[in-house]
Design a protein around this ligand. Structure first.
Ligand SMILES: Nc1ncnc2c1ncn2[C@@H]1O[C@H](COP(=O)(O)OP(=O)(O)OP(=O)(O)O)[C@@H](O)[C@H]1O
Length: 270
């Protein structure tokens, strides 16, 4: 458990996230080159592009996970609500509390109950919630994650006994428990069947009104369905990844400025 304790915010308060001239390296291998992107509050931003162009690395930089890799380094700024999350005064645990992450593969604590899985994020980040408020918080988060109706009568059963799609929604509920301002999602549906995928997409729609969402997806239909803005990443001929163009999803799919974007979104490469 973290040494810090903080009171849970009363409500989720979505904030804009802004990356400015972000470059990234693994050792001396540069994988991102001066990526700038504004991710407005209460909007879904989709990061798209072929494999290896640096989307996941960029996402991990947005909540300070890149620095977990020993050889990793970066340059540039990431601002949440105008404040640099890499400022020396900002604790990593506080940045990750405000900017949550949902991974490709659902990763609930399998032996832990559904209830305890939801509140696990509070313990991990040292966030205090009054004992009497925990039940309400669990219901709130499971409801927002679209799982409450399916699990409300078996909250003490293990999280690992749920289906893959339900486990992913449990992970979303766990992320929501600390009331983050931003939720990052790294291909959250790639391990799921089409029905579970639809269910997660509905959840993303419902959450978008109150939390800023950034999602990496290889699925162009999904990017078109869930996002309001897209950023197209590309790493050409051994060069580091960069953003070719970004903008409203309708324009990125309907009339992009760059022919490489048109080729990618229309499935002509990648
Ligand atoms: N832990 C790591 N150590 C060294 N190199 C890494 C590491 N993680 C990623 N890379 C390299 O960084 C580059 C970008 O990888 P990244 O996973 O960010 O791309 P991506 O666009 O998310 O790919 P995908 O769509 O396949 O997940 C690749 O060249 C990859 O090999």
């Amino acid at each position: 458990m973290s040494e810090t304790t903080a009171i849970l915010p009363a409500v989720t308060d979505a904030m804009a996230l802004e990356a400015e001239s972000v470059s990234a390296w693994f050792g001396d291998h540069k994988v991102l080159d001066r990526v700038s992107l504004a991710m407005p509050a209460r909007m879904v931003t989709a990061l798209i592009g072929p494999s290896g162009c640096g989307k996941s690395t960029f996402l991990r930089i947005l909540n300070r996970m890149h620095e977990l890799v020993p050889s990793a380094s970066l340059a540039g700024e990431v601002r949440l609500g105008g404040d640099d999350i890499y400022d020396t005064g900002v604790k990593v645990v506080d940045a990750r509390k405000k900017i949550g992450m949902v991974f490709q593969k659902p990763n609930p604590f399998p032996a832990m109950s559904i209830y305890d899985n939801v509140v696990a994020g509070l313990k991990l980040t040292g966030t205090r919630v009054p004992r009497t408020g925990k039940d309400d918080l669990v219901e709130e988060c499971l409801t927002k994650a679209g799982l409450w109706l399916e699990v409300h009568d078996r909250l003490r059963r293990p999280g690992g006994a749920l289906s893959g799609g339900q486990q992913q929604r449990l992970c979303i509920a766990r992320s929501l428990a600390v009331r983050p301002q931003v939720l990052l999602m790294d291909e959250p549906c790639s391990a799921l069947d089409p029905t579970s995928t639809r269910r997660i997409e509905e959840t993303i729609h419902e959450l978008a009104g109150e939390v800023t969402i950034v999602i990496v997806t290889h699925n162009m239909q999904q990017a078109a369905r869930v996002s309001q803005q897209c950023a197209f990443f590309l790493a050409e001929q051994g060069q580091p990844g960069h953003i070719v163009e970004s903008g409203p999803t309708d324009r990125m799919f309907g009339a992009p400025d760059d022919p490489r974007t048109a080729d990618y979104v229309n499935g002509r490469f990648g």
